[in-house]
Design a binder for this molecule. Sequence first.
Ligand code: HEC
Length: 117
Amino acid sequence: MRNSFNVALAALFLSVLAVAANADAGPLDSPGAHKAMVCSACHGFGGNPPSKTVPTLAGMDQVYFKQTITAYAEGKRQSPEMEPYAKYVLEFGVDEIAAYFAAQKKTASAKPKVAPK
Ligand code: HEC
């Protein structure tokens, strides 16, 4: 009895996965999106940071992104914050993560604030 329940549960789970896989592609569906989640703690969602002390990654050129990540990982550009994350990016797929950030739009909050007139 218990086994057939588990089989039914597994079948249900698989059908949910199948439906999810067929849904239209959304902003979180690119392979880099999930890998980039960890970056949002500092760089903001989609690479638009909440403060100007952390650089914007949204819309960043992919070649520049890869060069910078490599420089951090090798210690040529020094940042105690970025070095471990640069190594993470190189390990988990710099191309996918670069493509994800290049495809994000910069939002108004990422621009310098201008005092209202
Ligand atoms: C703990 C906070 C933190 C996290 C998490 C973090 N970063 Fe950073 N990142 C920084 C800071 C601070 C800088 C600026 C460092 C400097 O002075 O070079 C930076 C700089 C960068 C730069 C260089 C930007 C430029 O304009 O040259 C890139 C690219 C970058 N981060 C990518 C990432 C990616 C991709 C992730 C996720 C895997 C990530 N970061 C996670 C804090 C963080």
